[in-house]
Design a protein around this ligand. Structure first.
Ligand code: FMN
Length: 222
């Protein structure tokens, strides 16, 4: 039995940057954190477009959740022992109820559509409902939006969510650690998400205290 404190809800939606969400899922499960992973239909399309064309659709046969779990374990290094994959409209999932939902949730990447729906309390699918629950229960909600440029509507929705206590953590990797690869860029963002979840996991270089901005920055990767 995994406690609500130990588990995390991770929603992956149809914004570009599927690698961020999948890497976060990989790190969390490999560190024995149970993840309730919610995938939107658009997320499946984007994962297929950006990461692996064979990623199962929501109606994959014979059993979509099993096919998805198997694919994530086989092709993406995700530890299936720590993976729970509720259906997009499974209102009986524990993440849909304030009495049983994990206290922490990440939406990564977060589309502008899902961000707008959460900002306005729509709760029309399990991702929107789970986020609504975390907000009302005063838990930790981390949103990782990806869009460019941002419209006034996008910005207003983000302000509403920040005022409701959510953390807006854009998928905007830093370059001060001199990333050598896409993996480094992805890990830089995922590290910031892990920090927001208060998890003691280090996957990316950190700024060394005392390093001067006028000298070559010193970084460490523990
Ligand atoms: C390849 C691809 C990339 C996309 N990139 C973005 C994006 O970066 N940001 C965004 O808000 N929507 C993006 N979209 C559009 C969303 O997928 C679309 O608005 C969808 O309705 C979002 O649904 P969801 O929030 O339920 O996942 C992209 C779609 C595709 C197919």
């Amino acid at each position: 039995m995994t406690s609500r404190q130990q588990s995390i809800t991770l929603a992956i939606t149809g914004a570009s940057g599927a690698q961020y969400g999948l890497r976060l899922l990989q790190v969390l499960t490999q560190h024995k954190t149970t993840v309730h992973c919610l995938l939107s239909d658009a997320a499946r399309v984007v994962i297929a477009a950006e990461v692996n064309a064979d990623f199962p659709a929501r109606n994959a046969m014979p059993e979509p959740a099993a096919a998805t779990a198997d694919f994530l374990a086989t092709h993406m290094g995700i530890d299936a022992d720590y993976l729970i994959l509720p259906d997009h409209h499974d209102w009986f999932s524990c993440v849909a109820s304030g009495s049983s939902a994990p206290r922490r949730m990440v939406v990564c990447p977060c589309s502008m559509g899902t961000l707008a729906a959460i900002a306005h309390g729509m709760s029309d699918n399990l991702i929107e409902r789970a986020a609504d629950v975390v907000i009302k229960e005063r838990g930790r909600l981390v949103l990782v939006p990806r869009e460019a440029p941002l419209s006034v509507i996008h910005l207003q929705n983000m302000l509403v969510l920040a005022q409701a206590g959510a953390v807006i953590l854009p998928a905007a990797p830093g370059f001060y650690a001199k990333p050598q690869s896409i993996t480094d860029l992805v890990d830089g963002v995922v590290q910031r998400i892990l920090d927001q979840l208060d998890l003691d996991i280090d996957i990316a270089a950190r700024w060394v205290a005392g390093a001067s901005a006028t000298t070559t920055p010193a970084f460490r990767r523990d």
